[in-house]
Each structure stands twice: as structure tokens, then as C-alpha cells.
Design a protein. Sequence first.
Length: 64
Amino acid sequence: MTGSHRNSAPENTVAAFDGALAKGMAIELDIQRTVDDHLVVVHDPTVDRTTYGSGKIAAICDMI
């Protein structure tokens, strides 16, 4: 089965993962660590493309 990237839900969200798993698809995710040692699921090394903010994830704190 072939799935699509960034299909019916925003990427790296519970809705996206649930939708893929409900269709019997595998999921792939990227985990980044923030400066205050939290793990976050986001593909890019920055938040520029996926949020209204900007900056490197490794330099960001208080994301959670």
C-alpha cells in the first residue's frame, strides 16, 4: 500500500498518525530535542516552515 506524505491532516500530528495507522500504513517521524531537553516530533531542524515562529528547534525552550 502506498500512502501520501502530508495528506489529510497536518504533518506530525496525532490526527495524521491515527489516519495512517487506520489505513494500515506505517508511519515515519523525526524527533528533535529542545534546549531544555524536551523531545518534539518535527521533521525540520527549524520551526520556520511549520509554525508562525522562527529559529532552530535545538535552541528553543518552553515548547511544551
